[in-house]
Design a protein around this ligand. Structure first.
Ligand code: HEM
Length: 449
């Protein structure tokens, strides 16, 4: 097997030593990754204590399985700061809900995006990818592909939910508003973690609330324009979900919650994955050439695309090194014991894919870019629960197959057609608040192959 020579792509420097809990959380407001010292990449479980609250990091596959699968009943609730950060925009959506309401919503949103029905979205993937490629081909000078992909992938989701009414221009507005919203809302909130109201954050929260209202308003108008019985099969399927008594599961604000969530959760992970994959292609031209050689000149059907081993392995390795959701914080809803630690109700238990995916006991040369890990026998030998770009357990991403499909179609269009190089003087910097994005975007020069 041909092995890519070791190449260590950009990562933030590791903290010299573990910060105190408070200093660590203050730093985490700007970048979660900056708080982990070198031994966080070796330890199985570690904790930090805040006044009144224990924070435990589940850093080994057995404990991850215990928390996210076996004891889902105790740890299904996302941490409060995460719920608070997203509620203004996605309301009570299944992305942040818990308990029976979550189960009911999850059951309603999953069938329309089930892997068995993905072929119907292939034209949406191709149309949005072609529109994106055209705009990249027209660009003069460096382009920020992080912004370009955010708009393009929002376009996929708008096309899937609203058909032709979901234009590229509307997608760009939605993506820009969401980015501004995240800048205003997305902080690892120290006081929130301690369970206190964040009295200082009211100004940014007010801005976030205004942006959330703009976003929800735009999407509500699209739903209204589709009419009560109209719209795409996806929108009709969401509306058609029924309870045992025949009442609709999703109507009014509840339908709006889930559609907004689709547009955001569905776009964010895929756009970020494409962004990091483009950076890797730019920094490692041998990989880019090998992908280009594998990709057919005309985009084939989805089944053929998903069977392209090397392109798929590059995408998987990109999500290992740069998991779009790099931190999964949960709050315990009952007392529990994890190894020697007593977890009390309200304590925070985290899985950190950034650490798990680079753990020294789980991966050979963990920081090296090696797509071959995901090919053949090597892929089969990987331990379960060591790789979780889509999460694990009952809350695993409902759109994982949809996400992989859209990323692969974009890869097929873009990497076959273009060479990417980093813009002169630009250095990519991974930065993790709630999602793992490049600070300041991803500026690249695009040329035709
Ligand atoms: C590459 C693309 C994507 C990535 C990396 C991704 C990743 C994730 C992650 C990490 C979670 C949270 C899991 C947890 O907290 O335990 C999640 C949840 C979710 N995602 Fe995705 N996602 C992607 C694409 C999509 C798409 C395209 C859709 C819909 C069309 C979607 C719908 C959802 C939903 C509904 C949830 C909530 C699941 C629940 O809490 O029950 N995602 N996703």
């Amino acid at each position: 097997m041909e092995v890519t020579a070791d190449f260590i792509p950009p990562m933030p420097p590791r903290a010299a030593r573990e910060p105190t809990a408070i200093a660590g959380l203050l730093r985490a407001r700007r970048d979660v990754l900056s708080i982990f010292p070198a031994d966080a990449y070796r330890r199985q479980v570690f904790t930090t204590r805040l006044p009144g609250r224990l924070i435990l990091v589940a850093n080994t596959p057995e404990v991850v399985r215990d928390v996210f699968v076996t004891r889902h009943d105790i740890y299904q609730r996302k941490a409060r700061f995460l719920e608070d950060a997203l509620r203004p925009v996605v309301g009570g959506s299944c992305f942040i809900g818990s308990g029976e309401d979550w189960a009911e919503r999850r059951e309603a949103v999953s069938p329309p995006i089930h892997p068995s029905g993905l072929a119907q979205f292939h034209p949406c993937f191709v149309e949005a990818a072609e529109t994106c490629a055209e705009s990249l081909a027209r660009a003069e000078g460096p382009v920020d592909v992080a912004a370009a992909y955010a708009a393009a992938i929002s376009h996929v989701l708008l096309l899937a939910v609203f058909g032709k009414a979901g234009t590229a221009a509307e997608a760009r507005l939605i993506a820009e508003t969401f980015t501004a919203y995240q800048d205003a809302a997305e902080v690892v909130d120290l006081l929130g973690l301690m369970g206190l109201p964040d009295v200082f954050g009211w100004l940014t929260r007010r801005r976030a609330r205004q942006l959330a209202a703009v976003l929800r308003g735009r999407v509500a108008r699209l739903i209204d324009a589709a009419g009560p019985d109209g719209g795409t099969p996806l929108l009709r399927a969401l509306r058609a979900a029924r309870r045992e008594d025949g009442s609709p599961v999703l109507a009014g604000e509840r339908l709006l919650d889930e559609v907004v969530m689709f547009l955001l959760a569905g776009a964010e992970g895929a756009a970020i994955t494409l962004t990091w994959t483009t950076m890797l292609a730019a920094l490692h031209p041998a990989t880019a050439d090998r992908m280009a050689a594998e990709l057919p000149a005309d985009v084939p059907d989805l089944a053929a695309l998903m069977a392209l081993p090397f392109t798929k392995a590059v995408i998987q390795e990109s999500m290992r090194l740069y998991p779009p959701v790099a931190v999964f914080p949960r709050q315990a809803t009952q007392p529990h014991r994890i190894r020697r630690w007593d977890i009390r109700t309200g304590d925070i238990v985290l899985a950190v894919p950034w650490l798990l995916h680079r753990h020294e006991a789980l991966w050979e040369a963990p920081d090296a870019f090696r797509p071959e890990r995901f090919l053949g026998e090597a892929a089969r030998q990987r331990p379960r629960f060591a790789y979780m770009p889509f999460g694990v357990g009952p809350r695993i991403c409902a759109g994982a197959a949809f996400g992989m499909a859209e990323v692969t179609v974009f890869a097929a269009v873009l990497f076959r057609r273009f060479r990417f190089a980093l813009a002169p003087g630009f250095t990519p910097q991974p930065n993790c608040r709630l999602a793992l994005r490049p600070k300041g975007g991803m500026r690249v020069v695009v040329t035709r192959r």
